[in-house]
Design a protein around this ligand. Structure first.
Ligand SMILES: [Zn+2]
Length: 395
């Protein structure tokens, strides 16, 4: 393909990846080979929904260098590596897809391919390296030498999928997701000695192994609701939107939680409750959410604590220094300055929770180091604050 066609293909792929749920926000990247010397790749940190072909960056295959003012993805080196070593590869996507991310946190070196045609004999899991580093590229290089299919998993991070063209690469990503789900099922059935696999069964098994006892689960999560800050209080998005002022004399139980969070945290303007399966299960297991994936460490930090009780002061205490907190029996509260950022917090917490439940099947030993988490969170927060986001001023 010529340069212009390659750029248009990359734009199309970015939109398709977001729509398919294989990547979220600007996490992940896409590239397409132009000829034996060059490829084009998505830029760093721009939204895929609005990306234009002239924002796609041309890079050299031999040294990943580029010309022009738009910065290519920081993982351009990994894409360049693939084009160098695989002459039949013309399209590469790096995703943060859910099931591959879960398996990426297991600490294993490979995963069976369950007969999926594009996955080869098995799928290697590359050694861990911090995003954008030489160590990461070396891990990927080694994993590629063991790979006879079209995908590898990147430890604690996501997946790398490649193929002769756009369609083959997307099929490989989808097959990888299906194989990872089959692997999680296999791990569950082997560990639990049962015959039925579904989300609820997996969550119950997780809770009972963490707590060391079988408990009867509440049918419904505690309702804490979502809210948004106003100049002198907040609006609780319960059945009918209730407006509260900090000076009010009576609050509902849920409202009191929001009130205490807003009063103690000037950086938070939105609170969103996620009582969905995985986070509900982790909240009931009284466990903290440990850092198992890079995007969680970047956005949320080194952990999300589980509050000692549902008392507002315990929740505020557990949230200190973090953007997410687990509330026993209430799932998670995801907090941020903007509404779209609460969704980012929510997404990475959900994924990390499933990874935590999945890795528990193998003893749950492998997590990111505290140092790596602090570093990633620092770099992310710093680069993020440099960008011109319209964060409403906290009041
Ligand atoms: Zn990534």
């Amino acid at each position: 393909v010529n340069e212009q066609m390659a750029k248009e293909l990359v734009v199309r792929a970015g939109i398709a990846l977001v729509e398919s749920g294989l990547i979220a926000r600007t996490w992940g990247n896409v590239s397409c080979r132009v000829d034996e010397n060059t490829f084009v790749i998505t830029p760093s940190g721009r939204s895929y929904e609005t990306l234009k072909p002239d924002e796609i960056v041309l890079c050299r295959i031999d040294d990943a260098s580029y010309e022009g003012t738009i910065k290519p993805s920081s993982e351009k080196g990994i894409h360049a590596l693939l084009y160098q070593t695989h002459s039949d590869t013309n399209f590469v996507i790096h995703t943060h897809q859910l099931m591959a991310s879960v398996i990426s946190a297991t600490g294993l070196e490979r995963m069976p391919s369950f007969g999926f045609a594009l996955l080869g004999k098995d799928v290697p899991i590359a050694e861990y390296g911090l995003p954008g580093t030489k160590k990461l590229r070396e891990g990927v290089r080694k994993a590629l030498t063991k790979c006879d299919g079209h995908t590898i998993i990147m430890s604690h991070h996501g997946a790398l999928c490649f193929g002769e063209n756009y369609d083959e690469t997307f099929s490989a990503a989808q097959q990888l997701e299906d194989a990872c789900r089959a692997f999680l099922r296999k791990l569950y059935l082997e560990t639990s000695h049962t015959t039925v696999f579904n989300e609820a069964a997996l969550q119950r098994f997780y809770i009972s192994t963490v707590l060391g006892e079988k408990i009867s689960l509440p049918e419904k999560a505690l309702c804490i609701y979502n809210s948004r800050r106003t100049p002198d209080g907040f609006v609780l998005e319960a059945e009918n939107e209730t407006v509260y002022h900090f000076t009010d004399s009576s609050f509902s139980e849920a409202a009191l939680i929001h009130c205490e969070i807003y009063k103690s945290r000037k950086d938070i303007n939105y609170i969103c409750q996620d009582a969905g399966g995985e986070l509900f299960a982790v909240s009931l297991a009284k466990a903290a959410l440990r850092p198992l994936l890079d995007d969680f460490a970047q956005i949320v930090g080194s952990s999300a604590r589980n509050a000692q009780s549902t008392q507002p002061h315990h929740i505020v205490q557990a949230l200190r220094g973090h953007l997410g907190v687990l509330v026993p029996g209430g799932g998670a509260l995801c907090c941020a300055a903007t509404q779209s950022d609460t969704q980012a917090v929510r997404l990475v917490m959900e994924k990390d929770a499933l990874a935590q439940i999945g890795t528990q099947l193998l003893g749950g030993k492998h997590e990111l180091s505290l140092f790596d988490c602090l570093l990633m969170h620092f770099v992310y927060t710093k680069s993020y604050s440099k960008k011109a986001h319209t964060i409403p001023a906290a009041v």
